[in-house]
Design a protein around this ligand. Sequence first.
Ligand SMILES: Cc1cc2nc3c(=O)[nH]c(=O)nc-3n(C[C@H](O)[C@H](O)[C@H](O)COP(=O)(O)O)c2cc1C
Length: 154
Amino acid sequence: MHAEAPVRSVTYVSRAATPLTQTSLEALLLESRANNERSGLTGMLAVRGDDFFQVVEGPEAGISALLASLRRDPRHTDMRILNDETVPFRQFPDWRMRCERLDDYPVDTIPGIDAMGGGGASADTRTRGVPDLVRWLQARAARALSERHPSAAS
Ligand SMILES: Cc1cc2nc3c(=O)[nH]c(=O)nc-3n(C[C@H](O)[C@H](O)[C@H](O)COP(=O)(O)O)c2cc1C
């Protein structure tokens, strides 16, 4: 694997403007993955009910452009950036935009779940939850990858 310069990583939450359907989510992912492939972005979108929690990471120019697009995208609302930093390594290097629906998990089994909307958590509580939730999502992404490629499990 070639070395990469540090990348910008942004985590935000938002809410679907109209009730989210499987079809609208799939269309969103298809579009996002094609765009992200072109602009060198990777990340993760967690969905619970109509709440989004997304990590996007990659070159500064691509992230700035995506944030501008996201801010004017009428498909979601109440966008709040929870974290914006430069990181030495990508957190989801293998995913053009992994998606995880969290509706079926009992919420008290997910560390940092307060970072997502819905529960009326304060801005501080949300921000504090981000690292735990991201780690939990990373662990699930790693497991999904090893199930897909058994040789990558070791
Ligand atoms: C919750 C959510 C997540 C999104 N994630 C991405 C993404 O990862 N990459 C992307 O290119 N577009 C994503 N989009 C779509 C962008 O908002 C935008 O429609 C797309 O980048 C096209 O931008 P443009 O209309 O400025 O050309 C997302 C939209 C929503 C509502």
